[in-house]
Design a protein around this ligand. Structure first.
Ligand code: ASP
Length: 323
């Protein structure tokens, strides 16, 4: 009798602890975005969140936690309850910030569960509309001749726009005054207003401004031209041989998030990436969804590690740090 009671008690305990994870999700999931609303990461987040909500049977609420360099949201997700109701979208910054910040308050390789890779987004070199250069050659000549007064906007140390600017400055061996924002949405506002001169930003933020002629575009950073911006040459074509930066995005959850919840999120991500509307939206914005075998925890974890190994030495060589 005692044994039966013990068994019943154990069964009740197991049901109580596993039921929430098995039924997951029973309420909306929050996706934190490390940059300002209306910017490139936010754009990708909203497309993916909406599409993942359908298979999950719950809304994914996108919340922006902008900070220069995007280092606040990962810290908040690290410290969130690991119950599947708080997740993080982030880009290559997860791999570059360990080399850039001496006092980073999260460890990308230890503090998270991985959900999967989402997409790859090329970048564009753009300038304010009134910038006095009609093509890349003139642009290069002008910025080199005026390097003490030309300003380069970015989203802070660790942002994609920072990484691209850093690589660009190294490639052309010229330093500029950089102006950091909490995302390239506010940086774009100032570029449109003519307060800053140029920026390297993702096509997810620049395509509509380029197409409507509100900014000047000189180059794309992908190896091949971007199909939705066919007239813009690659930096490689323009003489910066081998210059290539693509910004990848991934989804994370706090360490210890139950596996059934992660499995549901992975399945939802895969459904989202199969969705024809998502693919079209990405293509219109110059981005490319990853194949489904990359939208897995293993693929993201492995790729993140390889990106940390790749960018660490390059960043150290370029020598630009934060505290
Ligand atoms: N992707 C960032 C944003 O959404 C900016 C950046 O990484 O440069 O604003």
């Amino acid at each position: 009798m005692k044994r039966l009671q013990n068994l019943l008690a154990l069964a009740a305990l197991a049901a109580a602890t596993s039921a929430p994870a098995q039924n997951y999700p029973t309420r909306p999931v929050v996706m934190l975005v490390p940059y300002a609303a209306g910017g490139p990461t936010d754009t990708v987040a909203r497309v993916v969140a909406q599409a993942m909500g359908k298979p999950l049977g719950q809304t994914i609420l996108v919340e922006n936690r902008p900070s220069a360099g995007g280092i606040l949201a990962p810290e908040q997700v690290k410290n969130a309850k690991p119950d599947g109701y708080t997740i993080l979208i982030h880009h290559v910054g997860m791999a570059t910030t360990p080399a850039l910040y001496r006092n980073l308050r999260f460890n990308p390789l230890e503090d998270f569960e991985y959900i999967g890779l989402i997409n790859d987004v090329p970048m564009t070199i753009i300038a304010r509309q009134s910038f006095p250069a009609k093509d890349f050659e003139e642009f290069l000549g002008y910025i080199k001749a005026n390097k003490d007064k030309v300003t380069l906007a970015n989203a802070g140390i660790g942002a994609a726009s920072h990484l691209c600017g850093l690589l660009f400055m190294t490639a052309i061996q010229t330093d500029f005054l950089t102006v950091p924002y909490k995302g390239t949405a506010p940086a774009m506002n100032d570029l449109l207003g003519g307060q800053v001169d140029f920026m390297c930003d993702q096509t997810t933020n620049t395509t509509s401004q380029i197409k409507s002629g509100k900014v000047k575009a000189y180059a794309v950073t992908s190896k091949q031209r971007v199909p939705s911006l066919p007239d813009i040459p690659t930096l490689d074509e323009l003489g910066l041989k081998g210059f290539e930066v693509g910004i990848w995005h991934g989804l994370y959850a706090p360490k210890g998030t139950p596996k059934p919840a992660i499995d549901r999120l992975v399945a939802a991500l895969q459904e989202a990436l199969k969705d024809a509307t998502v693919k079209q939206r990405f293509a219109d914005l110059g981005a490319e969804a990853y194949p489904l075998d990359r939208a897995t925890p293993e693929a993201l974890q492995k790729f993140l590690k390889s990106e940390i190994d790749k960018w660490g030495p390059i960043i150290k060589k370029a020598g630009q740090y934060a505290d």
